[in-house]
Write a protein that binds this ligand. Structure first.
Ligand code: ATP
Length: 511
């Protein structure tokens, strides 16, 4: 556990030192759960967006993208259910005065029991060696069975209590599980209360209920209210999708863990409209497609897992998360939800406007069903950064910190360095940059020894470093160093563009 916390701390301090992420308004000691992306962070973030947009919008004939406003008519949020139901159950510990999400305390408790099961299985592997039959062991070992039963019981009670809004039941479950506050170690809990996560503000100069508007807590509703606008103006035929990337705001109860949980964050969402009855087919399709999108980054297939929701949101008939192995453990990275026709029907009802599609093949009007994919841009950023951050001991015993960011996402693609600051080498280096800068973000660096300059590029994840020396002036060749292998080869300047492009192009991820 401590090791994991150390890893997160290391990533946070690296992110700050090299200009990826800063605490917001830091000169005023920051603002809780709000962060700014620095000069390299915004490049990485833009590249992640571009990977998503290219894959979801530009490479799908039947998906288009929009950019809707953050503010929306307040009735939107009544129709969507957010005014009444976008709550988290919170609980305070009276001794530490710390606030927690009651459902998260229970999830973490169940995770601990799950770990006990895994330990038992590990013991089995050691004891039985090659003869070990994991399936049979899980089905028969009394300790495993007892713990699995415990988890099931907690899950069932939690689901029932949350679904029926039985807050006393949630409290009782926390007491029965003997869950203690991680800070004070005590079980001195307050009652469980519901807390609405939407930020509100007032429109214009009028105060009062009528003028209350919300900062959108998800980008999805901007898509639903534009469903017909896009369908008609784009002559879209079902099944089709509408995607968007944008800010969302949630007044999170527990906002820790760096950019994992922020009060202002960005989502990349896509709503896929399909025929009623075909939603499960598309749900499976998008689970598979999104999983491939993540795995193409090469951060390690075993870093991801699916988690089916116990408590389905008020709008869903199936939902799962793609979880990533963050420094804090496996946590939600993306949600895939089969939202039925809930949202469009609600908007029909609240607006009095028909939001239907005429299906020429069926010769029939209907309200489409929707499958949503929703991934947090900031969580993607943290996944890429934390999985890429490595401290390596090299063959000669020296150490380096390297960010092995997938090259297509790396902020700078190439650094060009003159060996010395004289003899026309800087001019030659700039000439090379002039030939590359239309397609690749380049950095010029002439300060310090070449070794130090390589380390700086490793630390910010630049896939290539090109060194210009005296030989360059004679025969137009340079050395190019690969960030990951640290191999250096001498190549002709004319070949640089192709070599770099082969490795850093988005195509490497999209095929
Ligand atoms: P969680 O259970 O972690 O609160 P959620 O299930 O409420 O997340 P969704 O409503 O499904 O999240 O939102 C879709 C995606 O938006 C999430 O998978 C996550 O990547 C991102 N996201 C949600 N809340 C935050 C937040 N506070 N900070 C950063 N990203 C977030």
């Amino acid at each position: 556990m401590e090791q994991k916390e150390d890893k997160l701390k290391e990533v946070i301090s690296h992110a700050k030192e090299y200009g990826f992420v800063f605490p917001s308004s830091e000169i005023y000691d920051g603002l809780a759960a709000t962060y700014d992306y620095g000069q390299l962070g915004s490049e990485l973030k833009n590249n992640i967006k571009s990977y998503w947009w290219k894959s979801m919008v530009q490479m799908h004939e039947n998906i288009v993208g929009i950019d809707s406003a953050i503010f929306m008519h307040p009735t939107t949020w009544k129709a969507s259910g957010h005014v009444d139901a976008f709550n988290d159950p919170l609980i305070d510990n009276k001794d530490s005065k710390k606030r927690y999400r009651a459902d998260v305390l229970l999830e973490e408790h169940m995770e601990k029991i799950r770990l006990k099961i895994e330990k038992e299985v590990e013991k089995g592997v050691k004891r039985f060696g090659d003869d070990f039959d994991e399936h049979q062991f899980r089905a028969t070992n009394p300790n495993v069975l007892r713990n699995a039963e415990k988890i099931k019981e907690i899950e069932d009670r939690m689901r029932t209590a949350l679904e029926t809004n039985d807050l006393e039941g949630v409290y009782q479950l926390i007491m029965d599980c003997e869950i203690v506050c991680p800070i004070s170690g005590s079980r001195n809990w307050t009652e469980v209360r519901q807390f609405n996560l939407m930020f509100s503000t007032e429109l214009g100069s009028v105060a009062g209920d009528a003028a209350t508007i919300y900062l959108r807590p998800e980008t999805a509703q901007g898509i639903f209210v534009n469903f017909l606008n896009v369908q008609k103006s784009g002559r879209m035929k079902i099944p089709f999708g509408i995607a968007q990337i944008g800010k969302a705001f949630r007044n999170e109860i527990v906002a820790r863990q760096f950019i994992f949980r922020m009060r202002e964050f960005e989502q990349m969402e896509m709503q896929f409209f399909c025929r009623p009855g075909e939603e499960m087919k598309w749900y499976e399709y998008w689970k598979d497609t999104r999983s491939k999108w993540h795995k193409a980054l090469g951060l390690g297939d075993n870093q991801y897992r699916f988690h089916d929701h116990i408590k389905l949101a008020h709008y869903a008939n199936a939902a799962c998360d793609i979880e990533f192995n963050f420094p804090m453990g496996f946590k939600e990275l993306e949600g895939i939800h089969s939202r039925t026709d809930f949202d469009l029907k609600q908007h029909e009802q609240f607006s009095g406007k028909k939001l239907q599609y005429f299906d020429p093949e069926l010769n029939q009007n209907y309200v489409p069903f929707v499958v949503e994919t929703s991934v947090g841009l900031d969580r993607m950023f943290l996944a890429v950064l934390s999985a890429s951050h490595k401290n390596e001991v090299l063959e000669d015993g020296s150490e380096r910190t390297v960010l092995s960011i997938p090259p297509a996402l790396a902020p700078y693609k190439v650094a060009v360095m003159p060996l010395t600051k004289k003899d026309g080498l800087p001019e030659k280096a700039r000439e090379i940059i002039d030939g590359l800068k239309f397609d690749f973000l380049c950095q010029y660096d002439e300060k310090d020894s070449i070794g130090k300059r390589y380390r700086r590029q490793d630390a910010i994840g630049t896939p290539f470093s090109v060194t210009v020396d005296h030989e360059t002036l004679e025969n137009n060749t340079v050395t190019i160093r690969d960030r990951d292998t640290m191999d250096q080869v001498r190549v002709s300047i004319a070949d640089l563009h192709r070599m770099i492009d082969e490795k850093v192009s988005m195509r490497t991820l999209l095929v």
